[in-house]
Design a protein around this ligand. Structure first.
Ligand SMILES: [Zn+2]
Length: 229
């Protein structure tokens, strides 16, 4: 594999958006239609400096991933970080000159990497919130069936947490009719309901069988927190 990388040969795996594989010449060749999408993603990120904004813009254009899906945060980030687009091959941390044509100018690619690293540092401080969301990863949107994820807004310096439909997150407000759900209030209501259900032993047993341990631990943490309050 390392020898292949040194020769600038693609190591296989998932074919990146923007390229097709030419088995005759054993190299990646540009797929012009897809390469346009890749260019749009890099240009939009340079302009906006935000992956979330790129996700919205690219989905608004109805562009699809190599697998024909809508873009999400991770797939978009993956494209922005892929050295393939600057004509390189990355193998176990080392970067080699590829034998395929670049889609993105090397200087633009490097500028995007610099911006991504900068934003990564800023994100870390945001992620360090001590509040454990009880229902994170478990809630589905009642309107469109997408997952709900947690977000916050700042109100007079206080963080206000809520669950939000990922379809809105990945597209725009018109993509789903749902409204953001206040997370703490909603979690509290759920803890109370679960508490009431706990009085019914048979029902509790069934819930316990279905729930995984992680969730139960989080409920316990939340109860303790509630007692402290
Ligand atoms: Zn929805």
């Amino acid at each position: 594999m390392k020898a292949r990388a040194k020769k600038g040969l693609w190591n296989g795996g998932c074919l990146p958006l923007g390229y097709d594989y030419d088995p005759g010449n054993k190299k990646l060749i540009i797929n012009p239609k897809e390469a346009k999408i890749v260019e749009f993603i890099f240009e939009t990120y340079l302009k906006e400096g935000s992956i979330s904004k790129v996700v919205k813009a690219v989905n608004k254009k109805e562009y699809k991933t190599k697998n024909g899906k809508d873009f999400i945060y991770t797939s978009t980030r993956h494209i922005l970080e892929n050295h393939i687009y600057a004509g390189k091959i990355k193998y176990s941390g080392e970067i080699y000159q590829g034998n395929h044509e670049a889609i993105i100018d090397e200087r633009i690619f490097e500028e995007v990497q610099r911006m991504l690293n900068q934003n990564k540092k800023e994100c870390k401080s945001i992620k360090q919130n001590k509040y454990n969301f009880l229902l994170r990863g478990l809630l589905k949107c009642g309107y469109c069936g997408s997952n709900l994820t947690t977000h916050y807004t700042l109100k007079n310096g206080d963080k206000f947490f809520y669950y939000k439909c990922t379809r809105i997150q990945h597209r725009d407000k018109t993509a789903c009719l749902s409204k953001p759900l206040p997370a703490r209030e909603f979690d509290n209501v759920m803890v109370e309901s679960i508490g009431n259900m706990a009085k019914d032993n048979r029902l509790l047993k069934r819930i316990l069988e279905r729930s995984n341990r992680v969730v139960l631990n989080e409920i316990e943490e939340l109860r303790k927190e509630k007692i402290k309050l």
